[in-house]
Ligand binder design. Structure first.
Ligand code: MTE
Ligand code: MO
Length: 437
């Protein structure tokens, strides 16, 4: 006798999306659309999402309805408010989209991504004998205390987005191993610190410098004191870009222990893993860095789009640099009941090293689009706020989808661009609402 195991709707859609449509909604859908989902199937789906679906004919088959796609599990982390905890050792927690509504992400709502354990020094929030060393391809290696960094170098403050390279991984099919981030491993807080290039210049960075490698104070899960948790870096040009900081404040206060006290790198627009927390050493190298999570397939994607499930040879993987164009709908929240014909919708958009040029919304699965009002970024690498008024043609279940376009003309795709590691999913964010008038 085989034992039946209960599986969640997300897992069901990952295993076989068309079969999931059939199991959940009772009827096999057409090959591309849910237009064939009639009678009992359509009724089941409407019941599941809580209203009739006026545009059901346009609905892609095998795609989990947005009303059911984001997890709602809550769990309390110190200093955090409403984050979904994906893992507790190491701690990984993401922020539901509607809690990212603030222009500047409050500390309590910035996601947390740890590969190891928070160091004791950070827990105590006392810098003590902490120093930062910059060595390698420099004329004079520097070792600085926190006070020296604050006194000798001119601070700057910028709004900077940090997004985990694996944000959106939960939508991969076949699934990719790792934290199953839905959409909330992104934040844009205000960071204060010293441009990294000022520190590098003070150390007399040499022409032979090619790449950096950071070392943090966090503790490996094995507990072994000498085992490095993660050590990544970036090409010198990215590290010398004026918005790449050695930060010591987040939203005007000492960086909280989750986020790297007493100091961290913020290399905005690149995978969050470049932004080393609890940093104590930056090694300037004459070749590409090769620390833990820098080599193999870590934070790399194939240079060509593989077929879902295709095996890709080692030599075809490239280190991820700028993150792709992306956006979030932060109002309304999925599940909202709309009692008027119109609704003000808003959110943010960002595009790695680039700017966002335009944002469009659809409520009929891509048949028509409404252009949103898009603000300029507060500074380069800040996310951009957008807002639009939508008018619904009738009552029913609607999905609002947002699509950002960057200044190079690149747009967010409808579906996941698959790779074996679950990186860089910038498919459109979807929010489900029920219109009752
Ligand atoms: N020392 C250290 N730095 C680190 C990490 C880590 O585990 N250890 N995680 C990285 C990853 S993968 C991400 S996405 C960001 C997350 O930053 P946050 O926790 O402040 O949101 O920190 C990066 N810096
Ligand atoms: Mo990450």
């Amino acid at each position: 006798m085989t034992k039946q195991r209960e599986i969640g709707i997300r897992e069901l859609y990952q295993q076989d999306p068309v079969r999931a449509d059939e199991l959940v909604f009772g009827r096999r859908a057409g090959p591309n659309r849910r237009g064939f989902l009639r009678g009992a199937g359509l009724a089941a789906m409407s019941a599941a999402v809580g209203a009739a679906i006026p545009f059901h004919r346009n609905m892609p088959a095998g795609l989990i309805p947005a009303a059911l796609a984001e997890s709602k599990d809550d769990f309390k982390l110190e200093g955090k408010d409403g984050l979904s905890v994906l893992n507790d050792r190491p701690v990984n927690a993401e922020t539901p989209a509607h809690l990212l509504d603030d222009a500047i992400t409050p500390i309590s709502r910035h996601f947390v991504r740890n590969n190891g354990l928070v160091p004791d020094r950070a827990r105590s929030m006392e810098a003590g004998d902490w120093t930062l060393t910059i060595d390698g391809e420099v004329a004079t290696p520097l070792t600085l205390t926190l006070d020296e960094i604050k006194k000798k170098f001119k601070p700057v403050t910028h709004q900077l987005q940090i997004e985990c390279g694996g944000n959106g991984r939960a939508a991969f099919n076949p699934p990719a191993k790792g934290n199953q981030w839905t959409v909330g491993a992104i934040g844009c807080s205000e960071w204060t610190g010293v441009p990294m290039r000022d520190l590098f210049k003070a150390a007399g960075i040499k022409d032979s410098a090619v790449y950096t490698g950071y070392y943090g104070e966090d503790v490996h899960l094995s507990g072994k004191p000498d085992k490095v948790v993660i050590s990544r870096g970036a090409p010198i040009a990215k590290m010398m870009e004026p918005h790449t900081l050695l930060a010591y404040q987040m939203n005007g206060q000492d960086i909280p222990f989750w986020h790297g006290f007493p100091a961290r790198i913020v290399a905005p627009g690149w995978p969050g893993s470049v932004s080393g927390k609890w940093v104590k050493r930056i090694w300037i190298r004459k070749e590409v860095h090769d620390g833990p999570k820098m080599t193999g397939t870590s934070y790399r994607v194939p240079w060509f789009p593989p077929e879902p499930g295709e095996k890709v040879e080692k030599k075809d993987w490239r280190i991820i640099e700028s993150m792709p164009v992306k956006s979030l709908i932060t109002f309304p929240e999925t599940g909202t009941t709309v009692t008027g014909k119109t609704l003000d919708v808003r959110g943010h958009a960002w595009a790695g090293d680039n700017a966002v040029k335009r944002l469009d919304l659809t409520m009929d699965f891509g048949a028509s689009w409404v252009e949103a009002k898009l603000e300029k970024p507060k500074n380069p690498y800040a996310w951009q706020h957008w807002q639009a008024e939508l008018t619904f043609p009738s009552k029913g279940y609607y999905e609002i989808w947002a699509r950002a376009t960057d200044d190079k003309g690149r747009m967010q795709p409808f579906a996941v661009t698959w790779n074996g590691k679950g990186y860089l999913n910038n498919s459109m964010h979807r929010v489900a609402v029920k219109v009752v008038v």
